[in-house]
Design a protein around this ligand. Structure first.
Ligand code: EPZ
Length: 408
């Protein structure tokens, strides 16, 4: 199977196009619901978005003429929040509702507010609606209390045209952040150190909008790659599953956890091959910022651990509401004890039985799909919009691997 482009890279490229003059061409864009919502959101700002080929989009922000994000659309996905940075620096103002997305914890935006205030922006809110204004943003030295992916991306984009130098400390190092910086630099931005915890952005002033020089392909989705590795270890047919067009170096932590549970994985430069492993061993897991174990792979990995012999402790350190789905796995026959909102104890192996379930968010939704494929009997998963937010034609990819799945 072939991995799609990364949701959390593609969405930020759509937002970054606000900083460009002339067309921006993006290849390998995943055809998923969050991308459709982002297209609608930026089109509503006057930006032209065209799908010019299978997975190719062309965006032109020369016609950008609005700074108010549509509340209904913006409140449906978290990535809408990164538009604050480019809109504020290009047009001097932006207003938006509290960004939506997965219900996995509180997901505040205090780092955005504090960082932009340090760069000279005024902020006010009316209930859950936010207003930012800045005539001219100025460089600042800002330290994140925790590394935040979307806040790092937002401040990085806000700093591109700011006056002077911005330093972001304890910044997020996720591959999608680094890839976004590379795209901005290719267009003329001056960002140094993206992919490390301290980065510097030398503002280039507003007169110099960015210009795309080279074609851009969205990087492979590491969460989709990881989910298929997990599925393969649990349920691959006799010839295993080969996952193509992926970036194995982005999956180092998951691969190390799978290997410590007894799974063997063959690695190539842009592919991975995994076989079904019968005698899985329990393994402890703590989610961490990149390059640690991705919180977005925590739910599929918990499904994996239900099939491993012994007791595994999973500690979700990033979000406080991201283990609630385990009650559904227990209804399927798993033996998982929720110690507190951040920790779960899994006793395995347990035999799972098909059930009817509701996807609480996109990653847990896919974890339910994996659990359903491992379980005996039939499962029905509702609210598949959540799964479609992040995975392109998932049932077709799974069917090609031999899964018995259909969309009803
Ligand atoms: C991004 O969310 C991803 N979303 C998430 O993917 C991913 O789970 C997460 O990063 C962690 O890797 C997008 O890129 C659109 P954070 P983000 O800000 O940026 C706290 C998926 O399934 N925090 O890095 O919203 C926050 O509460 C999604 O694709 C503040 O306290 O996450 C959390 O504890 C789900 N104040 C921690 O930082 C702030 O102002 C890290 O969250 C911002 C964040």
């Amino acid at each position: 199977m072939s991995v799609s482009g990364a949701k959390n890279h593609a969405l930020k490229i759509f937002a970054a196009s606000v900083l460009f003059s002339g067309p921006v061409r993006i290849g390998n864009v995943p055809l998923i619901e969050d991308i459709f919502r982002m297209s609608e959101l930026v089109s509503g700002l006057g930006i032209k978005v065209r799908k010019t080929g299978g997975h190719i989009f062309e965006i032109n922000a020369d016609t950008l003429n609005k700074t108010i994000l549509d509340s209904e659309i913006a409140s449906r996905f978290r990535a809408s929040v990164v538009l604050i940075g480019p809109l504020l620096t290009r047009l001097g103002r932006v207003s938006l509702p509290h960004p939506g997305g997965c219900v996995i914890g509180e997901r505040p935006i205090d780092f955005f507010i504090e960082g932009l205030a340090k760069m000279g922006a005024n902020f006010k809110n009316k209930g859950n609606h936010y207003f930012f204004e800045a005539k001219n943003l100025i460089g600042a030295d800002f330290t994140f209390r925790n590394p935040s992916v979307t806040a790092t991306e937002t401040l990085m984009m806000a700093a591109v045209f700011a006056k002077g130098k911005t330093v972001l400390r304890n910044a997020a190092c996720e591959p999608e952040v680094e890839a976004l910086a590379k795209f901005l630099n290719d267009g003329g931005a001056k960002i140094y150190g993206a992919g490390a915890h301290t980065m510097r952005i030398d503002g280039i002033g507003k007169k110099n909008f960015l210009k795309q020089k080279n074609p851009l392909a969205v990087i492979p989705d590491r969460i989709e790659t990881g989910s298929f590795l997990i599925l393969g270890a649990l349920a691959a047919g006799p010839s295993g599953i080969k996952i193509k067009n992926c970036e194995p170096t982005h999956l180092a932590s998951l691969i190390s956890h799978l290997e410590s549970a007894g799974v063997s994985i063959e690695k190539g430069p842009s592919w991975l091959k995994v076989s079904r492993t019968k005698a899985l061993k329990a393994t402890h897991l703590k989610t961490r910022e990149y390059p640690g174990f991705a919180t977005d792979l925590q739910a599929p990995f918990v499904v994996f651990l239900t099939q491993a012999k012994g007791e595994s402790l999973v500690h979700e350190t990033i979000f406080e509401g991201r283990l609630e789905y385990v009650s559904d796995l227990n209804r399927m026959g798993a033996k998982i004890t929720l110690c507190d909102p951040h920790r779960a104890l899994i006793l395995g192996p347990s035999s799972l039985t098909g059930r009817e379930m509701e996807s609480p968010d996109l990653r847990a939704g896919l974890a339910f799909v994996i659990a359903a494929l491992v379980a005996k009997g039939r499962s029905i998963i509702h609210n598949v919009y959540q799964v479609d937010r992040g995975y392109e034609r998932i049932e077709e990819k799974l069917k090609k691997l031999g899964a018995d799945i259909k969309r009803i």
